[in-house]
Design a protein around this ligand. Structure first.
Ligand code: GLP
Length: 244
């Protein structure tokens, strides 16, 4: 779906999320959301905060799992995805923080594999993700599933692509300060969600959006795997869609 701008596109995604939360509330069930970081979802989160404050949307039945976190990363560092999620969303809504899950950037290396298995187990044990939202990196990554990621990959420690680290350099005051690794949900983890929405805005995403939507399905561009599923929606602004 192509919207004239990121504001109208973000409103539509926020509305989809709110509708899901409310429909689950009517059933007395939890809504299980897979959340993303980066600049792309910021307006979606701002609209959800507005809906909470002005329209009374409650997040008391919401359970969240974030896609990824840098490794190593302290949760209180300004670049951490824990910090990002609190600042953009969690600090402003009525979510129970016990229902919030974000990969742990503070683990000892030998504990990562067990943590990742447990992350997968927690997602399945509550019945899986109802909705996963995604941005897209210029390498074609979703989460931090960089080129080379297998379609059945699970949550794991990965090495970040050079382009991804360059794109993050501004946040870290130089590429040399960007962690070389991250913990990310896998492509297989993402694909188990019942609904997936990939969002992309701005001209700088137009090239990778074209590859993701129209390119040959290949591990070289992990977002091309999304072509294999009919439960995936791309929500784009006109600039991001301009090469389609
Ligand atoms: C990071 C995140 C991705 C995100 C990507 C794009 O690499 N791990 O989940 O999609 O950045 O970021 P932005 O939305 O800022 O363009």
């Amino acid at each position: 779906t192509v919207f004239p701008d990121s504001a109208s596109a973000s409103l539509s995604v926020a509305k989809r999320i709110a509708d899901l939360i409310k429909s689950k509330q009517l059933l007395g069930e939890n809504a299980v959301l897979g959340l993303a970081t980066g600049a792309t979802p910021i307006e979606v989160y701002a609209e959800l905060v507005r809906m909470h404050k002005e329209d009374g949307l409650s997040f008391s039945n919401v359970i969240t799992f974030n896609l990824d976190e840098y490794f190593p990363m302290q949760p209180d560092a300004v670049q951490s995805y824990v910090h990002f999620m609190k600042e953009q969303l969690f600090d402003h809504i009525d979510i129970d923080m016990n229902n919030v899950h974000i990969p742990d950037g503070t683990l000892a290396k030998e504990d990562i594999a067990a943590f990742c298995l447990e992350y997968e187990r927690m997602i399945s044990s509550i019945g899986g993700l109802d909705l996963q939202i995604l941005g897209i990196g210029r390498t074609g990554h979703i989460g931090f599933n960089e080129p080379g990621s297998a379609p059945n990959s699970g949550t794991r420690l990965v090495t970040l692509d050079d382009l991804t680290r360059r794109d993050a350099a501004h946040d870290f005051g130089g590429k040399e300060n960007v962690p070389t690794k991250a913990i990310t949900m896998g492509i297989g983890t993402i694909f188990k969600a019942r609904e997936i929405i990939l969002m992309a805005w701005n001209r700088k995403k137009a090239g990778i959006v074209k590859k993701a939507v129209e390119g040959e399905i290949s591990s070289d561009v992990p977002s091309t795997y999304l072509q294999l599923s009919d439960k995936v929606g791309f929500v784009l602004d006109e600039e991001a869609a301009s090469e389609l």
